[in-house]
Design a protein around this ligand. Structure first.
Ligand code: MGD
Ligand code: MGD
Ligand code: MO
Length: 759
């Protein structure tokens, strides 16, 4: 095996490895936060921003969607939230001079890390047809180009409007309104790659695609199951909630192929006691094989069914549907098959069962480790089956908790960013705005890529995000995007999507969460919805990166005027002047937002209604909570192959790379690493520190290759491997998606590890 990185690899990617850590946060987290913040923002801005994160008069952290408690610390932030803020509030700038110095071809050779580190974009930029460089363009000209290209389409369905989950409720509502007035439901979003599987499973089983617990519920639970989630890195403030629950007597089971430091022990930086000793969090760690969760929960359900007195019979009788069929299927669950699928020991499963039976209030939390598999929807349904058996939905301290990613991804869905809108939503839109919205379904993310590839879609517009970086099958997706006639990105910072363009391309620079937003009627605020359905206001307080920036609502409003012109009776100008007028419309269209402006004026905002949680009412097709009985599936990995999951390091926010370290996992100075169990590595002849290519094998016979990964011997589950996204997206086939939700199966990619060429 080669021991040097292959030639041609970026020099900065030279990972060094030490032992993984066993506790999260603590002093190193604070030191790291302050270093990154000062590098990006300087001292004054660091103080101005970090004191305002998640405060009642401040802005919502652009990091994750975890809710804020009511009693806020002066520093209600976490290391990774602070890094997200520093990225946005940076003093570095990308000006027209930068684009004059760097051609498109040059930008296309740069890493995502390098692109992001250049700073905030300051002016609208146009890549004209055949041009080698982006050039500054006026806003009016930019909107005229969009109008020209959209009007030239032979059908509105040839346009795609993508949304990433940072967009505010106000901007999201306007974007979907514009797309539908224009005539399409092509509203793919990052959720299609994220919690779509949760939405599909929950809508079918409990009637609403959102979590059913509040922060208070977590504090009150007897048992919290955390499956397929790494909160120490991705939702650090969740650790405080887990700590509080533990202090009140809760037990925690974590289910993960990796022993994640944050779930082992938490050193709370908000308390002196926590800083020194920290609290042990996990009581039982089930080191599951990738994709084994459905089998595990199925067997647990069988064992619950067989235990005298373990069922909440009154709940099952009164509130559920499909019990008999489910029970019959569950009784057939098999120990041997489950042990194979999960890689767990008999005694570990018995121990989990005992903890579940001892709990009167159980909450199941999960994230991408459950949602990004072929059988993700079936897996989440099985988790729901367990909660239904125990009556653990719709009572305090119990329920489902899909932990969302982007800070407003849930709100964007509530606002109608969805390619398959409910008829009732479209009816309300029609009534309020007096036009007939299209009724046929639009394209999700994967279908959008296929449509670009096949020439069915020609204009791509993105409200934030990094579509090319985040989507699967990088080579296929990049070739598809290059076929577009126009690509438009509303962005704060540069990323790969700006370098892989259609015939013409626009970059439209926008205000971020931390920026002050002043419109004709005065200073504006926007609103967001967190992972637990709480809606509240967010106000930026920084002077924007440049006077040329427009807010996201302003960009949509002006685009709509340029495209729809006199055909539209919608008051776009008024919406831009005063966002309260947008909220008045949201209040009339979307249930739960009645009296929106008044209620959001309250410092902590308000909770959206949730029928299962609030009244044990299940708005499903049967009118009850549905048990489901899908066949058990788990990935089958051929001899000599490993099952690769693509995940996040501690120093990234999705495709935004903050740095090259993954502190808790003991990795420094590089991202091209593949974590492999030492026994698997020995069988495959992979020495620690050797270099290998990852080659994905898929039924289409195409070999997808990611070259030059340093092998790291790591205590993951047997037969499994892990490497970072987005470097590994090239390996995920476009049609390897979850059943029903169509979410890319980026947590289960069959790979072969092949010696790197070192010439
Ligand atoms: N700092 C930071 N915060 C973030 C993000 C970020 O990139 N950086 N991203 C945001 C977004 S959009 C999202 S969606 C969330 C993502 O939050 P997570 O879902 O925590 O993110 P991942 O890194 O994808 O981690 C998936 C976890 O699932 C485990 N896992 C993988 N496969 C399986 C499996 O088959 N079974 C089980 N039981 N476990 C499995 C992995 O080992 C890992 O611990 O975080 C949000 N918050
Ligand atoms: N292999 C693999 N692929 C995955 C995943 C995985 O686990 N494995 N996870 C998936 C998941 S869960 C998600 S959510 C997607 C993420 O997909 P996206 O949401 O598309 O990607 P991000 O990297 O979060 O987008 C970052 C860009 O957003 C822009 N931006 C930041 N703030 C703002 C803002 O306030 N306004 C605007 N307009 N733009 C802004 C910046 O230009 C920045 O470069 O990736 C998915 N892809
Ligand atoms: Mo996500």
């Amino acid at each position: 095996m080669a021991t040097k990185p292959p030639a041609g690899d970026p020099v900065q990617d030279a990972p060094q490895v030490s032992a993984p850590q066993h506790a999260a946060a603590g002093l190193p987290a604070i030191a790291h936060t302050l270093r990154i913040s000062q590098q990006q923002m300087g001292l004054k801005r660091t103080a101005q921003t970090l004191l305002k994160v998640n405060q009642k008069d401040g802005f919502d952290c652009p990091g994750c969607a975890w809710p804020e408690g009511d009693k806020r610390h002066t520093a209600e932030f976490c290391e990774n939230g602070a890094k997200a803020v520093a990225e946005e509030a940076t003093l570095r700038r990308v000006t027209p001079d930068f684009f004059a110095a760097h051609s498109l071809a040059d930008l296309a050779t740069r890493s995502g890390y390098w692109l992001g580190q250049q700073g905030r974009i300051t002016q609208p930029m146009l890549l004209a047809e055949g041009a080698e460089h982006y050039e500054a363009v006026t806003w009016d000209r930019a909107f005229a180009i969009i109008a020209e290209e959209l009007k030239a389409l032979s059908s509105p369905d040839e346009a795609l409007f993508y949304t990433s989950g940072r967009t505010s409720n106000e901007a999201a509502f306007l974007l979907q309104l514009f797309a539908r007035e224009f005539g399409t439901n092509n509203l793919p979003d990052c959720s299609n790659m994220c919690h779509e599987s949760s939405g599909s499973a929950l809508t079918e089983t409990i009637g609403i695609g959102k979590g059913s617990v509040s922060l208070e519920d977590l504090h009150r639970a007897d048992l919290i199951i955390v499956a397929g989630q790494n909160p120490g890195t991705n939702h650090p403030r969740m650790l405080s909630a887990l700590e509080k629950a533990k202090a009140a007597g809760a037990k925690i089971i974590s289910i993960n192929p990796l022993p994640e430091a944050g779930l082992e022990r938490f050193k709370n930086p908000q308390t002196p006691q926590g800083m020194i000793k920290g609290a042990a969090l996990t009581d039982l760690f089930l080191q599951i094989r990738i994709g084994g969760d459905q089998a595990l929960f199925r067997l647990l359900n069988k064992l619950i069914l067989e235990t005298e007195g373990a069922l909440d019979q009154a709940f099952i009788d009164e509130h559920t549907h499909g019990f008999e069929e489910f029970a019959e299927t569950a009784r057939a669950a098999d120990w041997d098959e489950t042990l194979t699928a999960t890689g767990l020991q008999h005694a570990e499963i018995e121990q989990a069962l005992a903890m579940i039976l001892a709990s009167r209030r159980t909450i199941a939390c999960w994230a991408m480790g459950l949602t990004q598999h072929k059988h993700a929807v079936a897996t989440i349904r099985e988790v729901v089956n367990m909660l239904l058996l125990r009556g653990d939905i719709g009572r305090p301290g119990a329920g489902v908790c899909p932990v969302r990613g982007h800070s407003n991804v849930q709100g964007d869905r509530t606002m109608g960013i969805f390619e398959r809108p409910a008829p009732a939503f479209l009816d309300a839109l029609e009534k309020e705005f007096g036009f007939a919205p299209p009724r046929h379904h639009g394209f999700d993310v994967v279908r959008s890529i296929q449509a670009l590839r096949d020439g069915e879609a020609k204009v791509f517009f993105a409200m934030g995000g990094n579509f090319i970086g985040a989507t699967p099958d990088t080579e296929v997706t990049e070739a598809a995007m290059r076929r577009a006639s126009l690509t438009v990105h509303v962005s704060t910072k540069l990323n790969r999507s700006h370098a892989v363009t259609g015939r013409r391309a626009l970059i439209l620079p926008t205000l971020g969460r931390t920026d002050k937003d002043v419109q004709a009627s005065g200073r504006q605020f926007v609103t967001v919805e967190d992972s637990m359905g709480m809606v509240h206001a967010s106000r930026g307080n920084l002077t924007p990166a440049s006077p040329h920036l427009l807010s996201e609502p302003a960009i949509v409003a002006r685009m709509a005027r340029a495209v729809l012109g006199a055909d539209s009776a919608t008051p776009w100008e008024e919406f831009e002047k005063d966002y309260a007028t947008i909220r008045d419309r949201i209040a009339r269209v979307i249930p739960g937002f009645e009296d929106f402006n008044a209620r959001v004026a309250r410092p902590s905002g308000f909770a959206l209604p949730h029928a299962p949680r609030d009244e044990r009412r299940f708005p499903t097709t049967t009118g009850k909570a549905n048990f489901t009985a899908a066949p058990v599936e788990y990935p089958h990995v051929p001899e000599g192959r490993l099952l690769l999951q693509t995940l996040r390091s501690h120093d990234q926010y999705n495709t935004t790379i903050y740095g090259l370290d993954d502190r808790y996992r003991g990795i420094k100075g590089g991202r091209r690493v593949v974590l492999v169990h030492p026994a698997d590595a020995a069988e495959l002849g992979l020495a620690d520190g050797s270099y290998t290519d990852l080659v994905s094998e898929w039924k289409d016979g195409v070999e997808r290759r990611a070259p030059g990964f340093r092998v790291v011997h790591y205590p993951t589950a047997r037969g499994c491997a892990a490497a970072y996204y987005p470097e590994t997206n090239v390996l995920v086939p476009l049609d390897a998606t979850a059943d029903t939700s169509n979410t890319p199966a980026s947590k289960s990619v069959v790979v072969r590890l092949e010696q790197s060429r070192t010439d």
